[in-house]
Write a protein that binds this ligand. Structure first.
Ligand code: 13P
Ligand code: SF4
Length: 317
């Protein structure tokens, strides 16, 4: 299947026929981002899914994102073009592991990143995304213990920003972001002393960037730790001529569209998420013509997970 104008017309025609809205995450292939009705970060897409009055949501992203849309809209049909599109970070904690961790810390408030399964969300008090994790943790009374899962790098970022000692962090990671490492970032930053650094908080190199700023190698104001959606806002506002981007490479497409005059370069151009890239033009077309793969979340799990997801979409609005 070629992602040409005819393909795009057919995708939009089938979507209309199904009363479907197509949502695409910022890490999707450029042609999928371009054909979608809305492109955005995890938080923005969850909010759009919750507010949409379309009968069907076609989620071009990974499985937990489509599950989140289903939890928020149990009466809607939620489709994902390939249900095998998983997430190594979501796989780093199970419901059973979270239950055991909670038993070790009775009374603690559980904050889970949206990159988790519905079963984990059902054991969670408040979900968050990278764009509101700090606000979510700040909303919890200071004396309460917090369990933060599953991403250790986002957890470290939240701990730094809030200065909170009673925040316990699960040791999970995303294999794509963990692979964007400090030495590589330091080398790129040294080669381009004028560039801004846009760093996703899931990256293993976020701490190194702050270290580089601390020792004066990089000016402190150039280091920006941002969610994918916040990178777009920052791109429109920065005066920099070039920006080094530490996140999944799909992000470059939106950034270049938002600010064509800036030279955006990946810190690691091999940082591609194979799960995100399972949503191919052929898979999207098949999804719309066959109404598959449909995403189901059992009613009991969805009912227990809903409150934590609703808190997530209302905080930091
Ligand atoms: P955001 O779009 O919320 O920054 O999420 C990044 C991510 O890794 C999603 O899988
Ligand atoms: Fe999961 Fe990482 Fe892929 Fe995002 S980039 S979907 S966190 S594996």
């Amino acid at each position: 299947v070629r992602a040409d104008a005819e393909w795009a017309r057919e995708v939009r025609r089938l979507a209309e026929e199904r009363d479907a809205v197509i949502l695409a995450h910022n890490y999707q292939l450029p042609e999928i981002q371009d054909v979608a009705h809305h492109t955005g970060d995890s938080l923005a897409l969850s909010r759009i899914a919750a507010d949409s009055d379309a009968g069907t949501i076609v989620f071009c992203g990974v499985h937990f994102m489509a599950e989140t849309a289903k939890i928020l809209g149990p009466d809607k049909t939620v489709l994902i073009p390939d249900e095998r599109a998983g997430c190594s970070l979501a796989d780093s904690i199970t419901g059973e592991q979270l239950r055991a961790w909670k038993a070790e810390h009775p009374g603690a408030v559980v904050v889970s990143y949206v990159n988790t399964t519905a079963e984990v969300k059902a054991e969670t008090d408040i979900c968050c995304t990278s764009s509101n994790a700090v606000d979510v943790v700040r909303s919890i009374p200071a004396e309460q213990e917090v369990l933060f899962c599953p991403d250790q790098f986002l957890g470290a970022h939240v701990k730094r920003e809030t200065g909170r000692e009673n925040l316990h962090i699960w040791a999970g990671e995303c294999h794509v972001h963990a692979g964007i490492n400090g030495p590589e970032l330091a080398e790129r930053a040294a080669a381009d002393p004028e560039a801004d650094l846009f760093i996703h908080p899931e990256c293993g190199c976020a701490t190194s960037a702050l270290y580089l700023a601390g020792e004066g190698t990089v000016a402190e104001e150039r280091v920006k730790i941002l969610s994918t959606g916040d990178m777009l806002t920052a791109a429109r506002d920065t005066g920099a001529k070039s920006v080094l981007v530490a996140t999944e490479v799909g992000m470059l497409h939106q950034l270049r569209q938002a600010a064509p005059e800036i030279d955006f370069r990946a810190v690691n151009d091999r940082a591609s998420c194979k799960y995100m890239k399972m949503i191919t033009p052929a898979a999207l077309l098949r999804c719309l013509s066959e109404g598959a793969d449909e995403v189901h979340v059992s009613t009991g799990v969805a009912d227990r997970a809903r409150a934590s997801v609703q808190r997530m979409i209302s905080i930091g609005k």
